[in-house]
Design a protein around this ligand. Structure first.
Ligand SMILES: Nc1ncnc2c1ncn2[C@@H]1O[C@H](COP(=O)(O)OP(=O)(O)O)[C@@H](O)[C@H]1O
Ligand SMILES: [Mg+2]
Length: 371
């Protein structure tokens, strides 16, 4: 079976790495002009002229990137099975559609407004009460296209800085931590959940994911399962879906979702019985899903901007290094390290030790280090 993947970045690379042992082949379709998957066959198509060539080579299609025109996915769906269906893409790439769906399904979100001018941004900030977070309604990732307004007077400046014609404006959520839930739905509707991850962001970019997230109550976990399951069923979803959540004094508040494998699930490569990548390939291919239990405790450390001291990291007996073959650039995801341990205490010092070989890594500060 040949799986067509829309997008050709590191997520696609890791899907292929997980799919080869199951004898899957991969063809990537890249509209960005800078594919980095580095394996499989890559069709670079900035003008959308080679879609038919792509379709002729694949049996079914999935995504590793959600910021591509929905029309492309819909066109593909007329010829080949597309998992998840294009509606998932349409909802996940548009913050307004996403938060509207969350609301319809009873999934709590920050209070929000849409702004389509500097004036309406100011009005939204006044109505919601500052601080607020303004985000481009489409195309945002890694905290790009966002601004925090401390007062409505900052609206004109923020509008200009973001430079988009439509913004999602959210009340700033006071959270104790950020977590994510990753679930997989098979073609027959079977759903499995991974243990949740606690995620530490720095300047809008994920830096650390600890899994299983320490100290999550059964109630909170059940809540997260309910939320993501309702999304999976509503979207008649096939594959891996990720839901990012804030933990607040009033329970879980949904931030956003991604219709694909997710950076906060990279720990599953060595840290779970079946990785998110393999389970996505299994789901899309119509195979039974694999066990999602954790193998001990993990922390994923992202390698951002600079590779750091690769050999020192490789010398550590508790690390697994994953490099994406990309060039160094500020803010760019170049790889990640999965650190494994048998206790959270051990995990903490192993992560700090490993991070000391990665220049620019922010201090490892999470629920494990705060009291
Ligand atoms: N309403 C909010 N309140 C507090 N922090 C927020 C809010 N929205 C986003 N953030 C912070 O910014 C990060 C990136 O925002 P997110 O909406 O997830 O954008 P992206 O699509 O770039 O991942 C979040 O993980 C969180 O740390
Ligand atoms: Mg996010």
């Amino acid at each position: 079976m040949t799986i067509g993947v829309l997008g050709a970045g590191q997520l696609g690379r890791m899907l292929a790495l997980a799919g080869y042992p199951l004898a899957k082949s991969f063809v990537f379709y890249d509209m960005s002009g800078s594919p980095s998957a580095g394996l499989g066959e890559v069709i670079v198509d900035r003008e959308g002229k080679y879609l038919d060539d792509f379709l002729a080579r694949v049996d079914r299609v999935t995504y590793e990137f959600e910021h591509l025109p929905v029309e492309v996915a819909e066109r593909i769906a007329q010829h080949k099975p597309v998992y998840p269906a294009p509606r998932a893409l349409q909802v996940c790439q548009n913050r307004e559609a996403e938060k509207t769906l969350f609301g319809e399904l009873g999934i709590p979100t920050p209070e929000w407004r849409i702004a389509d001018s500097a004036e309406s941004l100011q009005a939204a900030a006044e109505a919601l009460g500052c601080p607020v977070v303004a985000k481009s309604n489409t195309e945002g990732y890694d905290g790009k296209g966002q601004a925090v307004l401390k007062s409505p007077a900052e609206a004109a400046e923020a509008w200009k800085a973001i430079g988009h014609s439509r913004l999602m404006v959210e009340k700033f959520v006071t959270f104790s931590r950020e977590i994510s839930i990753i679930a997989v739905r098979a073609i027959d509707g079977n759903v499995v959940f991974y243990p949740m991850a606690e995620n530490v962001h720095h300047e809008g970019i994920l830096r650390y994911s600890i899994a299983p997230a320490p100290g999550i109550s059964g109630d909170l976990e059940a809540q997260a399962h309910r939320y993501i399951k309702s999304l999976l069923n509503e979207l008649d979803y096939v594959g891996v879906l990720t839901l990012e959540l804030f933990v607040t004094a009033d329970g879980l508040v949904a931030n956003e979702m991604a219709p694909r494998v997710h950076n906060s699930g990279h720990w599953t490569i060595e840290g779970a019985k079946t990785s998110q990548f393999e389970n996505h390939v299994r789901a899309v291919s119509g195979h039974p899903l694999g066990a999602t239990d954790a193998r001990g405790l993990s922390c994923m450390i992202n390698i951002i901007a600079e590779h750091g001291d690769t050999d020192r990291i490789l010398e550590l007996p508790y690390t697994h290094l994953h490099l994406y073959g990309k060039g160094e650039r500020p803010g760019r995801k170049l790889g990640h390290v999965n650190v494994l341990a048998d206790s959270y205490d051990e995990l903490k010092w192993r992560v700090r030790n490993c991070a000391s070989f990665l220049p620019g890594s922010p201090e490892f500060s999470c629920s494990l280090t705060k009291g």
